[in-house]
Ligand binder design. Structure first.
Ligand SMILES: Cc1cc2nc3c(=O)[nH]c(=O)nc-3n(C[C@H](O)[C@H](O)[C@H](O)COP(=O)(O)O)c2cc1C
Length: 436
């Protein structure tokens, strides 16, 4: 008997592709966005719900106290702003949702609300905002500050920023634009109102000066699994990027989120939990295994995880002995992902932990032919209860070949099992995300 359908999204960044690998995209001006437009079209052909771009706003210098490793390997830098790219992708696609990361710590709510509303109109209701509180070193200095707010305070700021943004999006009633040719009235002033928010971190009078967008507000996405992060998600998110490792932890996380949604007075199905995975698909299981080993066993992969984690936590992980367990350290950065890496109490060495991170933060390892991987994805979803997967490329550097292995081999296998969509449910991202 076939189980419930689940959702698919794709997670990447406006960052270099697999530029130095066997399936590199070749020369040309990579930064004009054409590469990501091609990927978006592939994903739309495969009926993905959305393409999500993460983001960073500094060149980190946490690992080894230097920017060298990041720049030499293109680990976190360079990275271009994904928000304009979502508008370009929106004009080359018709159904695919496009979502971008914007920090709640380093943007003013009015500007983000206005920008998100504009992109939602440009994409005809297919925009999503990935709400992040932005951890990591080197960022505050880019904004003229010596330090940044602590972990829980950043979530408090985020809550206020999103609360204001929601009020601003609602500052135009759905029928505020009348465009009455007889009276010559464009918008009814009685239906456009101030919000007059005066808060601890921000104040905003409103109204927004953009018209109400097709979705009213963008789909709100969240990543970050500390207790404060979960509460924030339960209050605002319609989709969560999850990194819990293994079906048991994945299920426990989803159950916990659904409980928190109920406590927050929301319907549990109004927020979808999508788990990060990097499926390595080849013609046979043996070929896929060989491909996986050739990518993951490299020192570069391990360095990638250590360098990224150093950036996310603000700790220089180069100073720790790889053959000892990581000592307990506290971070004001990403707490959920640090706990996931360290596996404190397990007695495992840092090297073992890094290898077990798989591809950075995957929930399950998916390696094999399309049929094998599809079976595994269905089995895991059945155990977890839903809601789907967010697929990322090895080392976070996609190639066209990787994307095609997903869209033209794996997805058809899932479609044959009637577990993923074969057509879009409605015109907006929210229509598709909440359809099942
Ligand atoms: C899978 C994943 C993706 C994330 N993507 C971004 C990102 O693109 N930009 C960013 O500034 N923060 C990003 N973050 C940081 C989180 O959104 C969050 O604000 C921070 O990690 C605190 O997480 P915590 O609640 O687990 O402590 C990401 C975190 C995770 C786990």
């Amino acid at each position: 008997m076939s189980g419930s359908p689940f959702h698919l999204g794709f997670f990447t960044a406006f960052a270099p592709d697999e530029w130095n690998g066997p399936m590199a995209s070749g020369g040309g001006d990579f930064w004009n966005g054409d590469f990501y437009v091609d990927i978006a079209r592939d994903l739309e052909r495969a009926c993905f719900d959305f393409l999500l771009f993460e983001d960073a706003i500094a060149v980190p210098d946490s690992y080894g106290g230097s920017r060298d490793v990041y720049l030499e390997h293109a680990f976190v830098a360079p990275k271009h702003d994904p928000v304009p790219l979502t508008a370009v992708i929106g004009s080359h696609t018709r159904h695919l949702g496009v979502a971008a990361t914007m920090s709640t710590t380093w943007n003013r709510p009015y500007s983000v609300a206005r920008l998100a509303s504009t992109i939602d109109s440009l994409t005809r209701g297919r925009f999503g905002w990935n709400l992040v509180t932005t951890a990591g070193a080197g960022i505050a200095e880019n904004f003229g500050l010596d330090s940044y707010p602590g972990h829980d305070e950043r979530y408090e700021i985020a809550d206020e920023a999103v609360t204001i943004a929601k009020q601003l999006w609602n500052s135009w009633a759905p029928d505020a634009v009348v465009r009455d040719h007889d009276t010559g009235v464009y918008a009814d002033p009685a239906k456009v109102h101030e919000i007059n928010h005066t808060g601890k971190h921000f104040s905003s009078r409103g109204p927004l000066n953009t018209v109400r967008s097709p979705q009213g507000q963008p789909v709100l996405i969240q990543a970050g699994s500390s207790p404060a992060g979960r509460d924030f998600a339960a209050k605002h998110a319609e989709c969560i990027v999850a990194t819990e490792r293994g079906p048991e932890a994945m299920k426990a996380f989803r159950d916990d989120i659904r409980r928190r949604l109920e406590l927050a007075g929301r319907e549990p199905d109004s927020c979808k939990v999508l788990y990060l995975v990097t499926p390595i698909v080849a013609r046979t299981d043996a070929e896929a295994r060989a491909l996986y080993d050739s990518i993951l066993a490299t020192e570069r992969s391990q360095l990638d995880i250590l360098a990224r984690m150093s950036g996310w936590t603000g700790h220089d992980l180069s100073v720790y002995d790889l053959d000892e367990p990581l000592p307990r350290i506290h971070t004001e950065g990403s707490q959920g992902i640090l706990e996931r890496l360290a596996q404190w109490g397990s007695g495992k060495t840092l090297r073992q932990c890094v290898v077990e991170m798989g591809f950075s933060s995957d929930s399950v390892d998916l390696i094999g032919s399309a049929e094998t991987v599809a079976d595994e994805m269905c089995a895991v979803m059945d155990e977890v209860g839903g809601d789907g997967y967010l697929i990322e490329a090895p080392g976070f550097q996609p190639s066209r070949a990787f994307v095609l292995s997903i869209t033209d081999a794996l997805v058809p296998a899932l479609q044959r099992r009637a577990r993923v969509r074969t057509a879009y449910s409605g015109p907006t991202l929210r229509d598709n995300l909440l359809a099942f």
